[in-house]
Write a protein that binds this ligand. Structure first.
Ligand SMILES: [Zn+2]
Length: 281
C-alpha cells in the first residue's frame, strides 16, 4: 500500500485568519470600555435634572446605549465577514489542492486541477458557514454585555463594577474567534483535499487521528490507521454519532487522512477536473 503524506492544516492561514478576527474583537471591546463612562455621563445629565434617576430607568437607558453600540459593530462585522470568508476559503483551496498535487507528483502522477463545480460547491458552503460564524461573534457578546449591564445597575449603578465585569469576559469572544479560525481551517482543508483526491481518482484513504483536546474521542483513536472510502467517510461508532463522518467534520476534530496512492484509478478520475500525465518511475 503506497500512502501519501497526511493532509495538514495550514498554520499560516489559520494564524492570519485568527489574527484578523481577534484584532476586530479587541477593537470592539476597547471601544466598549471607553464608551461606558460616556454613557454614564450622558445618563446622569439626562436623569439627575429630572429627579427620576431610578434604577429601572437607568437600566433601560443603558440597555438602549448598549443596543446602539452593538448594532453599529454588527454592521462592521457583517461587512468584514464576506471579504474575510472569501479570502479564507480561497487560500485554503490553494493550500489543500497543492498538498494533494504534491503527493501525487511524488508517486509519478502529474496532475493539473481545474476549478470544478464540486470544489466550488464546497467553497461556497464553507464561505457561508464562515460568514455566519463571524457575524455571530458580536451577536453573542451583545447578549452577554446586556446581562452584565443589567446586573451592574441592580448592584448599585457602579460603572467601575460594570467595567470590571466586562473586562472579565473579554477573553470569551477572543477565544471564540480563535476557535472559529482553527476549526474552520481544519474542516475546509479536509473538505477540499477529499474532493481533490477523489477527482484525481483516489478512492481510499487512511484515517489519521490527531488529538487536539485533552480528552480525545475514543472512537477516533480507534479509527487511526484504518482504511476508508474517501467519499463515504468512516463510520463513527460513538453512541452520540453513529454515522459516517469525514475528517475534521465534528467540532474540534483534528483528524486527517493520507490518500492511498496505490488506489489510484485513472478511469475513476473526474474528467472535467484534471489533466493528467503519468510518469512511472
Ligand atoms: Zn477526530
Amino acid at each position: 500500500m503506497q500512502k501519501g503524506a497526511v493532509v495538514k492544516p495550514s498554520s499560516t492561514i489559520e494564524r492570519q485568519y485568527s489574527a484578523v478576527l481577534v484584532a476586530m474583537v479587541k477593537r470592539m471591546n476597547k471601544e466598549l470600555l471607553a464608551e461606558i463612562p460616556k454613557a454614564y455621563a450622558r445618563r446622569d445629565d439626562e436623569f439627575l435634572s429630572e429627579e427620576i434617576a431610578q434604577d429601572e430607568s437607568a437600566a433601560v437607558w443603558l440597555r438602549k446605549y448598549v443596543n446602539r453600540f452593538f448594532s453599529r459593530w454588527q454592521k462592521r462585522f457583517d461587512k468584514m465577514a464576506e471579504a474575510r470568508a472569501k479570502w479564507f476559503t480561497e487560500q485554503t483551496e490553494k493550500a489543500s489542492t497543492k498538498q494533494i498535487k504534491a503527493m501525487l507528483k511524488e508517486s509519478g502522477i502529474a496532475i493539473e486541477f481545474r476549478t470544478t463545480k464540486y470544489v466550488n460547491n464546497i467553497l461556497q458552503a464553507s464561505m457561508a458557514e464562515n460568514v455566519d460564524l463571524i457575524k455571530s461573534i458580536p451577536a453573542q457578546e451583545h447578549d452577554k454585555v446586556l446581562g452584565i449591564v443589567s446586573r451592574g445597575i441592580q448592584a448599585g449603578n457602579d460603572q467601575m463594577f460594570i467595567k470590571e465585569e466586562l473586562q472579565k469576559q473579554f477573553g470569551v469572544p477572543e477565544k471564540r474567534a480563535r476557535l472559529i479560525a482553527r476549526d474552520q481551517s481544519l474542516k475546509a482543508m479536509q473538505s477540499v483535499a477529499r474532493a481533490r483526491a477523489s477527482e484525481a481518482g483516489i478512492k481510499i484513504g487512511v484515517w489519521k487521528h490527531r488529538s487536539g483536546s485533552k480528552v480525545p474521542r475514543k472512537s477516533h483513536l480507534a479509527m487511526n490507521g484504518k482504511e476508508f472510502e474517501i467519499e463515504k467517510g468512516m463510520f463513527d461508532p460513538d453512541p452520540k454519532v453513529q454515522r459516517y463522518i469525514h475528517c475534521g467534520e465534528l467540532i474540534s476534530c483534528r483528524c486527517s487522512f493520507s490518500p492511498v496512492l496505490s488506489s489510484f484509478d485513472p478511469n475513476a478520475m473526474a474528467k472535467d477536473s484534471v489533466t493528467l500525465t503519468i510518469s512511472k518511475k
